[in-house]
Design a protein around this ligand. Structure first.
Ligand SMILES: Nc1nc2c(c(=O)[nH]1)N[C@H]1C(S)=C(S)[C@@H](COP(=O)(O)O)O[C@H]1N2
Ligand SMILES: [Mo]
Length: 500
């Protein structure tokens, strides 16, 4: 049995590409997961894709957007590799040029990632060299066999190579991302707070079915970031540098940070991308050092109106210096709900600032605080169409009922938030009826969301329930509809309910 030159060329190309990726992932065990070509190219795409496309991808693929992006990158590579393989059968130099091109893309992508050292090009170069060698061997062999490969021999070789590629690729990925950070995290013993969190009042949780709980568990906490591989930051080598427009710049280690007086607070964190009624918001008990203490130690100079926080992966956010010094519980957090920060929520240290959206304040895997100014520096999301400054807007959400209800007394309940101002009132409206005041649940402070409920005498038919909140300063949540960009969605949340 014989294989045609096109089929064998395409298969050769795909096999060479797969083995190349496998070898690259193996080399990345030594050079770091972000230097693997698929991750590096994916990261480049994430950083350069226009904001609306990125939001579209998050909407469509949700938390899987990162896996989808990487799978897409691999599929695109395989499709190109098939064409390159076919071209290589006609002229080996076409094949070499294709391999060199893809190797160069991977190497450049890896080398230009934040803080990439020269070794970042190695996975791509090793992969390309392997692909070139494989292609030369396979095609010479086929030519030697009279330009028509023996099908069984060829397929056996290809299957073996693909098997190796899979083991190398997934094994390499597993090894390079595993490291021992999970163990280092398990070994962290969090200090007792000098200032513990207030006790959660018994009436903070209404316990209506379908209603979001007052405190969000770590496993349920939403995750938003641009990281394709979760940064693995070793607390033993971690340092925070406080510098820029300051009198005394300094660095502090993780152990030194843990020895500082800690405070523990419930703070509700929200994403600016949250749509009205959305769930990119959560409330946790954070343990950390007041950012204010560190800034005051450094001594900000006049004009330093922006504090830029920088993560190990180069991501940045910028918060107003004034907000970090005004006495609110802006924290450099090490603990989340009694545990060291989960890796995907910023281990070992992140920032959390009551009243500011995450993209301007909640830097995960933080490693720098740089005193700068809004005139001098635009953080990551600003050139991508988001506002430089973004205080949280007053919002409210109906969690239950959604969809259907039975006629009679129905508990309408949800959450409302206006972090740092606090929620003063929540009102519910049925169809075009009058606004009815809901009952507010308890809360520990103005920095968290609040549950609310209202007893509805539901009558059969289709009804629309709408909610709006008023913050503790008396400002009513606007009904003006605005999208998340540039500084947070507005409008009232409505649900349609069929009452039987
Ligand atoms: N290093 C880093 N920190 C980051 C981000 C990021 O992309 N990279 N995203 C921010 C955004 S947009 C939000 S809303 C919060 C989300 O924090 P969480 O994933 O712990 O919920 O993290 C912020 N911190
Ligand atoms: Mo966000």
């Amino acid at each position: 049995m014989r294989l045609g030159p096109k089929t064998s060329g395409a298969l050769t190309g795909i096999t060479a590409a797969a083995v190349a990726l496998g070898v690259a992932e193996l080399v990345a065990v030594a050079t770091g997961p972000r230097s693997a070509p698929v991750t590096a190219v994916g990261g480049l795409v994430v950083d350069h894709v226009p904001g609306p496309v990125e939001r579209f991808a998050i909407d469509i693929f949700g938390v899987h957007d990162k896996a989808v992006l990487q799978a897409g990158t691999v599929l695109l590579l395989f499709a190109s590799a098939a064409l390159i393989g076919i071209a290589a059968v006609r002229n080996l130099w076409y094949g070499m040029a294709g391999v060199a091109g893809f190797g160069a893309v991977g190497a450049v992508a890896a080398a230009t990632r934040y803080h990439a050292g020269g070794q970042a090009v190695l996975p791509s170069l090793a992969g390309a060299a392997t692909a070139a060698a494989l292609m030369v061997t396979a095609i010479r062999q086929a030519a030697g066999d009279g330009a028509r490969a023996d099908r069984r021999q060829f397929l056996t070789a290809a299957a073996g190579a693909l098997g190796f590629a899979a083991v190398a690729g997934f094994g390499g990925r597993w090894l390079s991302t595993r490291r021992d950070v999970a163990e280092a995290r398990a070994a962290v013993s969090l200090p007792r707070p000098a200032s513990p969190a207030p006790a959660v009042p018994a009436d903070a949780d209404i316990r209506a079915s379908g209603l979001t709980s007052y405190v969000t568990g770590n496993a349920d906490f939403y995750r938003v970031d641009t990281a394709l591989v979760v940064p693995r930051v070793d607390p033993r080598t971690w340092q925070l540098r406080v510098h820029g427009r300051v009198r005394r710049s300094f660095t502090i280690s993780f152990d030194e940070l843990l020895r500082r007086p800690m405070v523990e607070r419930y703070i509700t964190l929200a994403c600016v991308s949250n749509e009205v009624g959305g769930d990119l918001i959560g409330n946790a008990r954070w343990l950390g050092v007041p950012v204010k203490d560190l800034l005051e130690q450094a001594g900000p100079l006049a004009g330093a109106d922006q504090v830029v926080a920088r993560a190990t992966d180069g991501w940045t956010c910028g918060a107003p210096t004034a907000a970090l010094l005004d006495g609110r519980d802006a924290l450099l957090a090490v603990g989340m709900n009694g545990e060291p920060l989960p890796l995907e929520h910023g281990f070992p240290v992140r920032m959390v600032v009551p009243g500011l959206y995450g993209y301007v304040s909640a830097c995960k895997w933080i490693t720098e605080l740089e005193l700068s100014s809004f005139a001098d520096f635009d953080a990551y999301w600003v050139p991508r169409g988001w506002a430089q400054q973004a205080p949280v807007k007053t919002q409210s959400r109906i969690d239950t009922p959604r969809g259907r209800a039975t006629a009679g007394t129905v508990t309408v309940a949800g959450v409302a938030w206006a972090q740092h101002r606090g929620i003063g009132k929540v009102e519910v409206r049925v169809d075009d009826g009058p606004w009815q005041t809901a009952t507010l649940a308890g809360t520990v402070s103005a920095d968290t969301w609040r549950q609310w409920y209202w007893r509805w005498e539901a009558t059969p038919g289709k009804h629309t329930l709408t909610v709006r909140a008023t913050d503790a300063t008396g400002a009513v949540q606007t009904g003006q509809v605005a999208p998340p960009a540039p500084d947070g969605a507005t409008g009232w949340h409505s649900v349609t309910v069929r009452v039987d």
